[in-house]
Ligand binder design. Sequence first.
Ligand code: CO
Length: 136
Amino acid sequence: MFGRIDHVGVAVEDMDAALALYRDALGLPLTHRETVEEQGVDAALLDVGEGHVELLAPLAPDTPVGRHLARQGPGLHHVAYAVDDIDSELGRLREAGLRLIDESPRTGIRNSRVAFVHPRSVGGVLTEVVQPAEGH
Ligand code: CO
């Protein structure tokens, strides 16, 4: 079962400019910053109540976020739903006929476990399922 929206992912070309907007102008506290080499991104997490905005800047053009920026420009990238048990959730989604990009969970920022569902299965919205690490 999806517990809540954990975060929305936003693709940005320039992290400094994005932080000037989200942290300084919008006033969201920056709580985490991490480079995830495996996903080819520099990520920043800002708090909004119990949820987050996840800013994603590509480390190179030939990465998923880099290709997204080239195709669609900066803006909304994905929606992430928090779950308690990602393994059983992925099984449920697979049984429901959804196309998983990640057949098994991988490590996301702050040691979460994440998996993406193909946007063609979810009405055009790239969808992430995230099991936050303990304490997050
Ligand atoms: Co995300």
